[in-house]
Write a protein that binds this ligand. Structure first.
Ligand code: FMN
Length: 244
C-alpha cells in the first residue's frame, strides 16, 4: 500500500510550490462570483427550542433524521466520516448510516480501506450530517469498535444485491490499474451476488461509533443559530448551549 502524497509535506506547512497570491484570471474570478452568488437556506426554517430537547441525544437524532426525510432532503442517511492516521493526518469521506441505537452510530466498510486502516490505528472518529432543507447539522464523535464477523455479515446480507456486489469487488482504496480491471471484477461480483446472496466478504466490517459528544445545530435566518451540545460524562448526558 502506498503512502498518500499529501503525507510528504512537512506538517503544518503550506506546500513550497503554493502560489503566494490568489489567481485573478477570468476563470478564477467567475468561480469566486459563483460561490458568492450561491445561497443557503432560501427556505422557511423550522425553529428548535432546546428547552424541549430530550435528556439524551439519540431520540432527537432520530427525530431530526425523520424530519429531514419528510422535508425532502435527498439521502438524509448519508454522512461525512472523519478519521485520522497514526500521525494525526485527517481524512473524510461520505458513508451511509446503517443504524443509530443505544450502542451508537453504525456504518460499514472494508477493514483494509484507508478508513479501515486508520480506524485500526486510531479507533476514534467523527460524523457529520447536513440537512439543507431544514438548515440542520449534527456532529457526533467518540471511540469506534468493530463488530464481529457474524454481525458484520448479517448487516451486509440484509442490504441490496448492489451493496453485496460492491463489497465483493473488494480492494477498496487500493490503486486501480484500469477501468477495464474494475469492469471485469464488478461483473463477476454482480454475477456472484445474484447467485449467492449470502456470499461472504471477510473484509467487510460493521463499525459502531460510541458517542461521547453529539451536537445539534439549527440554522436561523437572523444567524442566531441554536447549538445544543450533549456531552457524556460521569455516566450521564449533560447538555450545554454553544455560541454560534
Ligand atoms: C452517498 C455515498 C455513500 C457511500 N457509502 C459508503 C459506505 O457505506 N461504505 C463505504 O465503504 N463506502 C461508501 N461510499 C464510498 C466512500 O465515500 C469512499 O469513497 C470509500 O469508502 C473509500 O474511502 P477511504 O479510501 O477513505 O477508505 C459512499 C460514497 C457515497 C458518495
Amino acid at each position: 500500500m502506498t503512502d498518500h502524497p499529501a503525507h510528504q509535506h512537512p506538517r503544518d506547512a503550506a506546500p513550497a510550490d503554493a502560489p503566494a497570491h490568489h489567481s485573478d484570471d477570468a476563470e478564477s474570478q467567475a468561480f469566486r462570483e459563483l460561490l458568492r452568488g450561491l445561497r443557503v437556506w432560501d427556505v422557511e426554517l423550522p425553529s428548535f427550542d432546546p428547552a424541549t430537547a430530550p435528556a439524551e441525544p439519540l431520540p432527537l437524532f432520530r427525530q431530526w433524521l425523520r424530519e429531514a426525510a419528510e422535508a425532502g432532503v435527498p439521502e438524509p442517511h448519508t454522512m461525512t466520516l472523519a478519521t485520522a492516521d497514526a500521525a494525526g493526518v485527517p481524512s473524510v469521506r461520505t458513508l451511509m448510516l446503517h443504524d443509530a441505537d443505544e450502542r451508537g452510530w453504525h456504518f460499514a466498510s472494508h477493514r483494509g480501506s484507508r478508513k479501515g486502516r486508520e480506524l485500526a490505528e486510531r479507533p476514534r472518529a467523527a460524523l457529520g450530517f447536513y440537512w439543507p432543507a431544514v438548515g440542520r447539522q449534527v456532529r457526533v464523535h467518540g471511540p469506534v469498535t468493530a463488530a464481529g464477523p457474524e454481525e458484520s455479515a448479517a448487516d451486509l446480507h440484509r442490504r441490496s444485491t448492489g451493496a453485496l456486489a460492491a463489497a465483493l469487488v473488494g480492494r477498496q482504496s487500493e490503486v486501480l490499474g484500469s477501468a477495464q480491471e474494475l469492469a471485469r471484477a464488478s461483473e463477476a461480483a454482480w454475477e456472484r451476488a445474484r447467485r449467492e446472496p449470502e456470499a461472504p466478504v471477510p473484509s467487510w466490517t460493521l463499525y459502531v461509533l460510541h458517542p461521547e459528544e453529539v451536537e445539534f445545530f439549527q440554522g436561523d435566518a437572523q444567524r442566531r443559530h441554536v447549538r445544543l451540545n450533549y456531552r457524556y460524562q460521569n455516566g450521564r448526558w449533560a447538555q450545554e448551549l454553544l455560541w454560534p
